[in-house]
Design a protein. Structure first.
Length: 596
């Protein structure tokens, strides 16, 4: 058995490191890092608006150059040879910046990669959308939805995330603007040979003025109401980029108040990473703070510790009005989109304050009620919404539509919510709502014993959430679903004692192993096994040993993306995760040792 003192020493060091990095307001501010898309779009937007932001543009150009691979491509995760859409976006932004030339060696390599992958025609629909807005790709005849959808935006069963982006997309899809100025590059050489002659074809989808005018007004009003205090649209950089183009299409001046505020909001999402900087698609401060506070409390810190006191106070201030909702959102600047995962995470962090503090008790009661109210009719939980697992819109033949437009029950959200109800409210499978959630998980287990996780990578994440949730509400370890999951987890353990899974899993919808282990996925796998077995097993011990020897692992084992946003197109490296999840696994390991 691993020496208990070594684990305790590591926990102590991790606690001190985490506390040292807490902000004065009680939060933890770590980077929400993704691929080159947001940095590229920021450069393009600044050039389209002709804002004098040379220092920022140069910094973002450096970020793009520093993340380009030797084959000329940009990639979204380590074991990807290159991503066509990401490469086109970065390449286009570098040309827009004026600080790169198509004849540069690195740009010629990027060009070669793009053409080998089929050119602009093979890029993701969102990349084509960006190119069309800048007169670099022909607008499709029907892109992507009819404007009259705006008249029934609240009646469609769509995810809140999509609704946040839909209004500007509908405006732009109707007007089909193509903005061009002195900075606009020429990308005609990136069309495949067979398609070059079709480059200039352009057909316009029309809708009667009688129907269009009120729909446009409604979409504009929806955007204006969704602008956050910092100027972003519903707190997302991606939605804000589209909003800026939509305002331009509606005739807003490039230096109008709304556009200046939008750019200021985007700039507020800038995060410095060593000598580099990155435009986050959103901040993850609420999520990170809730998880850090929870992990520290699991590691033994009491509610009297200043780090826990200040983080609880911080989280309380960001709860949505408990008289109407009671949930929490992902970001500080998110005022209107609470979600299930952030809510249960925040409730964990403030749970121990509810006995002696009336303010926390009210927040707790409202949050718990909101979580229960958000359970889907099928027994599971989604992310933002309730019962949006089916929509006629998903019949449209558009890439990734089902991954974004609907918000069905998922194993990770359902498992983590059950774990919360089991460990913090002592609810068990005897409760009908819990029994319904358990039934959903068991019915949706894969044949190999795993579960697919929507918001993490991928099957290890989903299986960890599902198993810990089932165990928390009283499902015994000898249950066939738990036994199948345990065998699956043990069978995919690597020889170094760790676990590793590729981002390719969510595209292929089957487990794809990495050629190395990662610290975060190892922590999830170890925590899964700890929840199942009465005492540490050989697999658990080897996993703990891997975590303890983190300084001997390659950097990529710490920085591999663990967050999943859009299969094949958007992944997240949470800078907080290599600190949170190992601490949690080690703490649960110590608790397990104390039991025997």
């Amino acid at each position: 058995m691993i020496i208990k003192e070594k684990v305790k020493s590591e926990i102590h060091q991790m606690i001190n490191h985490i506390k040292k990095n807490q902000s004065d307001d009680g939060s933890w501010k770590y980077c929400f890092e993704s691929g080159p898309m947001t940095d590229a779009y920021m450069i393009i937007i600044l050039r389209v608006l002709e804002y004098k932001e040379e220092d920022l543009i140069k910094a973002l150009v450096n970020r793009l150059l520093n993340t380009q691979q030797s084959n000329g491509a940009w990639r979204l995760y380590d074991d990807e040879s290159g991503n066509l859409s990401a490469t086109v976006e970065a390449y286009t932004a570098l040309l827009f910046s004026g600080y790169a030339d198509g004849s540069d060696n690195n740009m010629k390599k990027a060009e070669s990669f793009i053409l080998k992958k089929g050119g602009l025609e093979n890029t993701h629909v969102s990349t084509k959308f960006m190119l069309a807005l800048n007169d670099l790709y022909p607008w499709p005849y029907f892109f992507p939805f009819p404007l009259f959808m705006m008249n029934k935006i609240h009646s469609y069963k769509l995810s809140s995330y999509v609704k946040a982006h839909l209004a500007p997309i509908l405006i732009l899809g109707h007007h089909k603007p193509s903005f061009r100025n002195q900075w606009t590059p020429d990308l005609s050489h990136l069309f495949s040979i067979s398609k070059k002659r079709k480059r200039k074809s352009k057909r316009i989808y029309s809708i009667s003025k009688f129907l269009a005018k009120p729909a446009i007004k409604k979409a504009e009003s929806y955007m204006l109401k969704g602008i956050e205090a910092d100027g972003t649209l519903f707190s997302y950089a991606s939605a804000t980029f589209f909003m800026i183009y939509a305002f331009l299409a509606l005739g807003y001046d490039s230096h109008s108040r709304h556009l200046q505020n939008a750019v200021a909001g985007l700039k507020s999402l800038l995060f410095k990473i060593d000598e580099d900087c990155h435009i986050q698609n959103s901040s993850s401060t609420i999520w990170d703070t809730a998880l850090f506070s929870y992990a520290l409390q699991e590691a033994g810190l009491s509610i009297d510790d200043p780090a826990i006191l200040s983080s609880a106070k911080y989280l309380l201030s960001f709860q949505k009005d408990y008289r109407t909702e009671g949930g929490w959102g992902f970001s500080e600047n998110n005022s209107s989109l609470p979600d299930i995962d952030d809510t249960q995470a925040a409730l964990r962090a403030i749970s121990r304050f509810t006995l002696d503090h009336n303010e926390y008790r009210k927040a707790w009661n409202a949050g718990v009620k909101w979580l229960l109210d958000m359970q889907n009719d099928d027994g599971g939980w989604g992310s933002f919404d309730k019962n949006t697992h089916q929509s006629i819109i998903t019949l449209l033949p558009i890439e990734n539509l089902k991954d974004t437009f609907i918000d069905p029950s998922t194993a990770d959200l359902t498992g983590r919510t059950l774990e919360f109800f089991g460990n913090y409210l002592r609810l068990t499978i005897r409760h009908p709502r819990i029994e319904s959630g358990v039934r959903w998980l068991i019915e949706n287990q894969k044949d190999d014993g795993s579960w697919y996780g929507r918001w993490g990578v991928s099957y290890i994440y989903g299986t960890w959430a599902a198993v810990t949730g089932l165990k928390a509400v009283g499902v015994p370890s000898h249950h066939p679903a738990i036994q199948k999951a345990a065998e699956w987890i043990k069978n995919i353990q690597r020889s170094d004692g760790g676990w590793g899974e590729s981002c390719k899993s969510d595209q292929k919808r089957t487990f794809v192993p990495l050629t190395y282990s990662t610290i975060v996925q190892t922590s999830w796998a170890v925590d899964t096994l700890i929840s199942i077995y009465e005492k540490p097993t050989t697999e658990i011990e080897k996993g703990i040993d891997y975590i303890l020897n983190r300084e001997n692992h390659p950097e990529k084992s710490l920085t591999y993306p663990m967050g999943a946003g859009l299969p094949g197109h958007f992944y997240i490296y949470y800078h907080s995760y290599p600190h949170i999840w190992p601490l949690l696994a080690l703490s649960h390991y110590i608790d397990k040792i104390r039991e025997f």
